[in-house]
Design a binder for this molecule. Structure first.
Ligand code: OAD
Length: 251
């Protein structure tokens, strides 16, 4: 990592008043959870999202779709927060004061940020741990893995689906509003562990940059926003983030 960039970034981060962090699957990769677009082990490299992560796929074959999501739930059940999750929880702890603000916007559905101690978490794409009845709409957190039937059934007899955002679906209204409120006032924006290709999260950088906020990307590979941010740190989130919060705040 180039120290000169880090020193410059550290100095600016210390002055930040309202920090927003956007995370993607790369933040959970070091917890053993597959990302989506990584060439070899990514979920979308092995499976076709249109066959699994759409309402049409569920209508066509709710058994295969719910089996796949339950397989992902089992992987998440044994996953532990990694140093990237823990560093973000420490950063929130340090910055969440009356004079300063911290908001964590995540595209991840595994709730490892909450397990690490993050509190102000906005789940843009929902979560695998809550399942919704497609007949009566009742939502319930389900921590027992695996399910005993596919699709799992509601007491009303309806088929239940994961409360995650599928392709072609709108993001949860409340989550979008929280995200836009945080983005409207932030002066420091991080994009961590995301390929920055899925809307609307991929566009957040442009709205905050337009307002003059400082922007940082921490990602293993270059992405379409690597040339747009003020600092692009290529590396593992589980290594770069702990180093950054240690250098900036000694935490
Ligand atoms: P992707 O799989 O598209 O991108 C993961 C990014 O993380 C890649 O750019 C990798 O280079 C990077 N990466 C991998 N390991 C890393 C590590 N240890 N440290 C830092 N970076 C690492 O996942 P997302 O960007 O999260 O949406 O995908 C966005 C959305 O597309 C997901 O929320 C999901 C998917 O379709 C829905 O399901 C609605």
């Amino acid at each position: 990592m180039q120290p000169v960039i880090l020193d410059n970034l550290v100095g600016e981060l210390r002055e930040a008043r309202a920090v927003v962090v956007l995370t993607g699957a790369g933040v959970s990769a070091e917890s053993g959870i597959p990302t989506f677009r990584d060439a070899m082990e990514g979920l979308w490299a092995k499976y076709d999202p249109s066959q699994l992560a759409t309402p049409e796929a569920f209508d066509r074959d709710s058994e295969i779709v719910t089996r796949w999501y339950d397989w992902r739930r089992e992987k998440c059940a044994t996953a532990k927060p990694n140093p990237a999750h823990l560093a973000l929880a420490r950063l929130e702890e340090h910055l969440a004061t009356p004079e300063r603000g911290f908001t964590l916007l995540t595209q991840n559905v595994d709730r490892l940020h909450q397990a690490a101690g993050s509190r102000n978490v906005v789940e843009l794409h929902g979560t695998l741990w809550v399942w919704r009845c497609t007949r009566c709409g009742i939502e319930r957190e389900e921590r027992t893995v695996p399910f005993q039937e596919y699709p799992p059934r509601c007491a009303c007899g309806g088929a239940r689906r994961p409360a995650v955002v599928w392709f072609g679906e709108m993001l949860p209204e409340q989550a979008l509003k929280q995200a836009h409120d945080a983005l409207a006032t932030c002066d420091f924006f991080f994009s961590v562990g995301t390929s920055a290709v899925v809307e609307p999260a991929a566009n957040f950088i442009y709205s905050v940059r337009h307002r003059g906020a400082k922007t940082v990307e921490i990602n293993r590979d270059a992405t379409p926003i690597s040339r747009v941010v003020d600092w692009s740190l290529l590396g593992k989130a589980g290594e770069v983030l702990p180093e950054l919060v240690r250098r900036a705040f000694g935490i």
